[in-house]
Design a protein around this ligand. Structure first.
Ligand code: HEC
Ligand code: HEC
Length: 358
């Protein structure tokens, strides 16, 4: 009688464990990612997708795995390369599955955990939902998500990893994008020479030209490239074009495509300036090959339009950001201090298959 009772307790315990789907021995190692005070001390994350060691690692594998594309040849890293701060070095990529030219330039993936709008026009609100877009886009990875789930289920290593991270004995599309989002949120850059300067650390002495450049950026650019992320996370028209496409849904409309607000026609997300010397070409369509071209744009090549940001409107119907040649040189010198070699060499962000392959 007593034995049976114990067996009953054991069995019901088992049922409860199954019910909750998570048994104690497969709980992942939840972690906080630390960043300097001036970035808010820890990296933010949505409640439904907390960081774990195993989750970031799984996301890293998926990021570098071409199995994510329909022809099993294109990974996220095809267009987001670590050595270029996760940008791709070309204006408009043709490396997606279809070989068609993409409509926009691939931006760097840096410190995106703090962004509440993603893509050049803020068309995605978080990294989880964003990640479905490149997976499904016919000119990027062209992947049927249901098929991808089945493919991943065939791989015992992935099955085990998903179970460990999410406590469920299954793989689902929502879990694939959660793991990828954890990895992308872990791509934090805070170890440039400029960061060492902010923290008063060794190697953080800026020379007078770099200091002058820092001051100039603070004075002339920080309306938009503001704070220690060098972005206001908002959308502006910085005078690239005089007219904008009329077709609805056209990506050239910028933020207006999403909000339909006429004042946001031609407004794009302010990109960070961190690692800017690594992420040429520049702007949403990669039209400028070098920083010098960007500075010439602000100083003398800007064009007017009804939605041009008022920051650029000067007296006497002039517009732009006046910059002398010396000032341009100082800004470039400051930009060099924003390159984070620790970030682009961090093994935790690199291709896991290169190291692990026996
Ligand atoms: C064929 C090239 C290509 C591939 C493959 C690709 N991307 Fe991108 N990515 C782009 C382009 C182009 C954009 C800009 C799109 C836009 O803003 O309209 C972009 C934008 C992004 C952004 C937005 C960044 C920001 O600042 O708002 C993120 C995040 C991103 N991609 C992650 C991924 C992930 C994760 C994968 C793999 C699942 C991936 N990408 C695969 C080309 C690519
Ligand atoms: C009114 C807001 C605003 C001001 C002021 C401003 N920018 Fe920008 N900047 C933007 C926006 C928005 C973009 C992206 C535009 C696009 O791609 O269509 C951008 C893009 C850039 C880029 C290219 C980034 C990339 O990854 O492609 C650089 C570099 C840059 N700005 C530097 C500067 C400098 C230097 C100054 C000061 C002289 C400055 N900006 C002033 C809003 C601004």
């Amino acid at each position: 009688m007593e034995k049976r009772f114990i067996l009953f307790i054991l069995l019901s315990g088992f049922v409860i464990a199954c019910d909750q789907d998570i048994s104690p021995e497969i709980t992942p190692t939840f972690i906080e990612l630390d960043v300097p005070e001036y970035m808010g001390k820890t990296v933010p994350f949505p409640e439904r997708n907390p960081f774990s060691k195993e989750g970031i690692e799984l996301g890293r594998m998926l990021f570098y795995d071409p199995i994510l594309s329909s022809n099993n040849q294109i990974s996220c890293a095809t267009c987001h390369k670590q050595e270029l701060a996760f940008s791709d070095g070309v204006a408009l990529s043709t490396l997606g599955v279809s070989g068609n030219t993409l409509q926009r330039h691939a931006p760097a993936i840096i410190n995106l955990a703090w962004n509440d709008g993603l893509f050049w026009d803020g068309g995605a609100k978080d990294l989880e939902s964003l990640t479905f877009a490149p997976l499904a886009h016919p000119d990027e990875m062209n992947q049927d998500i249901t098929e991808l789930v089945e493919e991943l289920k065939q791989i015992p290593d992935y099955r085990e990893r998903f179970k460990k991270v999410f406590g469920k004995d299954t793989i689902q599309s929502a879990l694939i994008v959660r793991a990828l989002a954890q990895f992308q949120r872990s791509l934090i850059s805070h170890n440039s020479k400029y960061d060492k300067y902010l923290r008063n650390e060794e190697g953080g002495t800026l020379n007078s030209l770099e200091l002058k450049g820092m001051e100039l950026v603070g004075k002339k650019c920080s309306n938009c490239h503001s704070g220690e992320f060098f972005t206001d996370f908002s959308y502006h028209n910085n005078g690239l074009d005089a007219v904008f496409p009329a077709e609805p849904e056209h990506v050239g409309k910028g933020r207006n495509r999403v909000t339909l607000n006429p004042e946001e026609l031609g407004a794009f997300k302010t990109p960070t300036l961190r690692n800017i010397m690594l992420t040429a070409p520049y702007m949403h369509d990669g039209r400028f090959k070098s920083i010098e071209e960007v500075l010439d744009h602000y100083a003398q090549n800007m064009v007017n339009s009804p939605t041009l940001d008022t920051t650029f409107i000067l007296q006497n119907e002039n517009f732009g950001v006046p910059l002398s040649e010396e000032e341009k040189e100082a800004i470039v010198a400051f930009f060099q201090t924003l390159t984070d070699f620790t970030f682009i060499n961090n093994q935790a962000h690199s291709n896991p298959f290169l190291i692990r392959k026996e």
